[in-house]
Design a protein around this ligand. Structure first.
Ligand code: HSE
Length: 370
């Protein structure tokens, strides 16, 4: 059996990955070894009632080199400090990574096999060993829209995102909830009094969220009761790095190099916990009937769900509250826009930690071992 090294398996994405791998029986196809950056020598996890190895040192190149496949959810700093040294040491195995550090490298493939299995197969056949999960908004947008991309119906996409706290990390999820609690606490007594004035309540909340003591260490600004229209670094062209990834990663996943399909829009953090949503404006290459568009979308993969453009079902099935923790990727609000018959509007929601992070990694493993 091939030896699998697991790194970063206790963090948030790593924990979701472990859970999915156990649910799908992935560990029965490999001989797993667990590594740690901080708790070397401590007990490994128990899998199917069996103890695993004591934790190996995630910085030990000789130990890593013994592996046939490595999956890391440890983050970009770890990748940057280990990957090059491991490759220079003569590592012959496969490197599967959740971090963005290597995504745009020419010897790396961005993995989203329901959408780009052909790209992955070609890479495997040509000896590529580095496979990297995509940016979550890009992967989720493609899970929803791949049918239209693959039929070459899309001239461009403008995606306005509504991104969950989980995309910023576990600490940010906690901070969002602490912020929500702080806002509630500051007006708890007024809320219990049904005769209190709502504008007085709003004023107190506003003062609370703008007070220096409001907890913003991680987001650097209030998110509860607000939105944050900047995600990731500043680029010189005025985009945020998150917005830049939209076009570069979409085209790379689809195997379009150089990038030919423009993808751009505003990326915004909202107070969802673990589901990203996106409002999409799509310019089609030709006028296609909405019923045909819906068929093309839903036939592309087993996880996309077309939600009828009706209020009840939209509020029931096209929200982070419904989609969190699920692998299905609903897309709804599909309609032609007032700009003309080639302009399509749609809204999609997907779990940031599943298809947006962990799921493509474990599926890549299965392509290698099953
Ligand atoms: N950059 C994403 C976010 C994380 O901040 O939501 C997933 O790639």
């Amino acid at each position: 059996m091939q030896k699998l090294g697991m790194i970063g398996w206790r963090g948030m994405v790593g924990s979701v990955l472990m859970d999915r791998m156990q649910s799908e029986g992935d560990f029965s196809f490999v001989d797993p070894y667990f590594f740690s950056t901080s708790q070397v020598g401590q007990k490994g996890p128990i899998l199917n009632g069996k103890t695993t190895n004591d934790l190996l040192d995630a910085y030990d190149i000789d130990a890593l080199k013994e592996m046939d496949i490595i999956i890391t959810c440890q983050g970009g700093d770890y990748t940057n400090s280990v990957y090059k040294k491991l490759m220079e040491s003569g590592f012959k195995g496969y490197w599967i990574d959740a971090a963005s550090a290597l995504r745009m490298e020419s010897n790396a493939v961005i993995i989203l096999d329901p959408v780009n299995k052909d790209v992955i197969d070609n890479a495997l056949n040509s000896g590529i060993k580095t496979y990297v999960g995509g940016n979550c908004t890009v992967s989720l947008m493609l899970m929803a829209l791949a049918g239209l991309f693959k039929q070459d119906l899309i001239e461009w996409v403008s995606s306005s995102t509504y991104q969950a706290a989980s995309g910023a990390g576990a600490k940010n999820m906690r901070e969002l909830l602490v912020q929500m609690g702080a806002l509630y606490n500051c007006v708890e007594s007024e809320l219990k009094d049904s005769h209190s004035n709502v504008l007085d309540i709003e004023k107190k909340v506003r003062m609370c969220m703008n007070d220096d003591t409001f907890p913003t260490d991680n987001f650097t600004a209030p998110l509860a009761g607000s939105v944050l229209p900047w995600i990731d670094k500043e680029m010189e062209n005025g985009q945020s790095k998150e917005e830049w990834k939209g076009m570069s990663e979409t085209n790379k996943i689809l195997g379009l190099a150089p990038a030919t399909i423009p993808v751009d829009g505003n990326c915004v953090r909202i107070s969802s916990l673990r589901c990203h949503s996106q409002s999409l404006t799509i310019k089609l290459k030709k006028d296609v009937a909405v019923s045909d568009i819906e068929s093309i979308i839903k036939e592309q993969n087993d996880w996309v769900r077309v939600i009828e453009n009706k209020k009840d079902v939209t509020l029931d099935k096209l929200t982070p509250a419904y989609v969190s923790g699920k692998l299905e990727v609903p897309i709804g609000r599909i309609r032609k826009m007032m700009m003309g018959p080639q302009y399509l509007s749609a809204f999609t929601v997907g779990d940031q930690l599943l298809w947006g992070a962990a799921e493509p990694l474990r599926r890549m493993l299965r392509l290698l071992v099953a």
